[in-house]
Design a protein around this ligand. Structure first.
Ligand code: NAD
Length: 356
């Protein structure tokens, strides 16, 4: 049966890394006769250039009809002075919201070949493999009321609202338990229950959901301690479950443990595991158009797509193994190069993956 995949290259290095990633996707599609059909559309600055909107209607329709979405990145200096709701990043927030992609999976994996890229000591990070499950469509980034107003003393006040209802917590908790169940069966829920009522409810609901997953070991940690533990002893974690803002911050810390932003994929899933897959990095306007960006995060996003949206773990593993083999051959893009390694371009890295 045919499956439609929406491809959104976006801005900056987006088109370059998407070219390499779709070459890999097409290769796997043909090799295993998977019936994938790729259809392209604009988002972000490219959407604004084409239709004066960061999320054009045609793009939204394509993504709603598609079985899965692969995105490059959005953003660029030339869009910085546009009205806020026309900026490229708004297109990204809008597509996540429109597709109800509430479950954001951000793995932080350190390939042994890249251990020296981390700023932490080898023994602390070698073999690191953490999955952060971040709630993506609720919490303080979306809560109302929000704004900046002037009070009766003519002082400006900025305010946002941190709010979660029990259904929102339940569905992200279930998502995290399901993932923990397929990994090392350890789940750490991160909150701030010593201070925030929202976190008290978060903890209560997570404990309730845990009853359906007796095989998964559940622990709780306050977010300040979690940020410390992530750099002190990151390998104690298997799956981390957390809310939108805490997850935003902790997942960047976890990414940095691996030392290489160009290596990390992500998935954002809805309740049926339909997902949008993208590298965690941005559009890197400083290196756009030079054919030097690292395409591996986007290629690994394809691997996550095969695993989570299409339940094709073996084909996903083929891609992961190919990445390992290329690193074993000491081929590196400029961002991850090291002594004794050969620097290759974006397209050469893509070709090397295809040959592996
Ligand atoms: P960035 O991730 O684009 O770049 C940070 C640094 O990492 C830059 O030096 C860049 O050259 C480098 N880098 C990033 N990806 C790389 C890759 N694949 N290979 C090699 N080097 C890579 O973050 P930024 O500079 O803060 O933001 C640039 C633009 O991207 C902004 O407009 C921002 O809003 C946008 N952005 C988009 C997303 C997204 O699309 N999901 C995420 C973050 C930032």
């Amino acid at each position: 049966m045919t499956k439609k995949i929406a491809i959104l290259p976006g801005d900056g290095i987006g088109p370059e890394i998407i070219k390499s990633a779709t070459d890999v996707l097409k290769f796997i599609n043909t090799k295993h006769n998977l019936g994938f059909e790729l259809e392209y559309s604009d988002i972000g600055g490219a959407g604004y250039d084409a239709c004066k909107k960061p999320l054009p209607e045609a793009t939204l329709k394509l993504c709603q009809d598609a079985d899965s979405v692969l995105l490059g990145a959005v953003g660029g200096y030339q869009y910085d002075n546009l009205p806020r709701d026309m900026r490229p990043e708004r297109g990204l927030l809008a597509i996540r919201r429109e597709l109800d992609l509430f479950s954001n999976l951000r793995p932080a994996i350190l390939y042994p070949q890249l251990a020296s890229a981390s700023s932490l000591k080898d023994e602390i990070v070698a073999g690191l493999d953490i999955m952060i499950v971040r709630e993506l469509t609720g919490g303080i980034y979306f809560g109302e009321p929000r704004g900046i107003k002037t009070d009766e003393n003519n002082k400006k006040i900025g305010f946002n609202t941190l709010v979660y209802n029990e259904d929102e917590i339940k569905r992200i908790a279930k998502s995290a338990f399901e993932i923990a169940n397929k990994r090392d069966k350890k789940l750490c829920s991160v909150d701030k229950a010593n201070v925030l009522e929202v976190s008290e409810l978060w903890r209560e609901v997570v404990i309730d959901v845990a009853k359906d997953y007796p095989q998964v070991e559940l622990s709780h940690m306050y977010v300040d301690n979690a940020s410390m533990q992530l750099v002190k002893d990151p390998k104690q974690f298997d799956v981390i479950l957390t809310g939108n803002m805490f997850g935003d911050i902790l997942s960047d810390t976890a990414a940095q443990l691996t030392g290489s932003i160009g290596m990390l994929p992500s998935a954002s899933l809805d309740k049926n595991n339909k997902g949008m897959y993208e590298p965690i990095h941005g559009s890197a306007p400083d290196i756009a158009g030079k054919n030097i960006a690292n395409p591996l995060a986007t290629i690994l996003s394809v691997s996550m797509m095969l695993k989570y949206s299409f339940n094709l773990p073996e084909q996903a593993a083929e891609i992961e193994n190919a990445v390992g083999k290329v690193l074993d051959k000491n081929l590196r893009t400029a961002d991850i190069t090291d002594k004794n390694c050969s620097v290759v371009s974006t397209s050469q890295m893509g070709d090397a993956i295809l040959e592996s």
